[in-house]
Design a protein around this ligand. Sequence first.
Ligand code: KMH
Ligand code: ZN
Length: 272
Amino acid sequence: MGNPVVITAAVDGPVATQADNPNIPATPEEFAKVAKEVYEAGASVIHIHTRNKQGQSSADYDCAKDILDAVHDSCPILTQLSTGGFFPLEERIRLVELKPRMASLNICTMTFGNTVFQNPPDMVRKVAARMMELGVKAELEIYDTGHLDFAMQLLKEGLLVEPLQFSTVLGVQGGAAATPENMLTLVSRMPKNAVWQMIGVGSRANLMLTTMAIAMGGNARTGLEDLLYIKKGVLADNPSLIRRLVNVAKAIEREPATIEETEKMLQLPTIK
Ligand code: KMH
Ligand code: ZN
């Protein structure tokens, strides 16, 4: 099948808890279960924000290891750990030592809702260098055009490996708004050999922009990190969101990428 699409399941996120949506995984067992479900639904990548024993977002190294091990044991889905929670930077960075296949790399400090998302340039350089040493591919989360520019600067400095893997994140308060125009601006400014996926925050933005991205030949992400409700008043769950996106892809004659296709398309390095 030609033109496969990499579908990523962002199953929990850094903020929401089971009080917001009971379908958010919290324990290693719940992460393992949801990993298998989204894999069977068509996702080839799982994006994980690790949690502590109380189910709260946390960069605790041992808890993160338990979650990652449980997911790896459950199915062949490719793991992408978030280094982007709202914890001390040193704790976030340490998560890459767990050697997931990919880890998020947030490029710039920004206002994020009512908080400040701290990503100082030298710290970003340090994490990028360490990811390269370990063979962990950087998933570059860009929330505005300046973030793309700084990613290009890091490439020039030899801290990133091509093809760059971008996630265009639109709809965060403090970043660019969730509009088709903003998506097109960002995508048109990426190097030609880059791979990219769309992350639309909020129910409407998520479906509209991921659909557009798939139609344009890009990749797409969905899951409870990006939207808690599938429609007004109806709580979402991860496998249903993946199935909905797979149906969108199939309707425009794209098939979800297999694990092998994803490894090839994203040119994932070998873990060292
Ligand atoms: N929820 C995302 C928009 C990351 O995973 O590195 C921001 C985030 C970053 O959580
Ligand atoms: Zn995330």
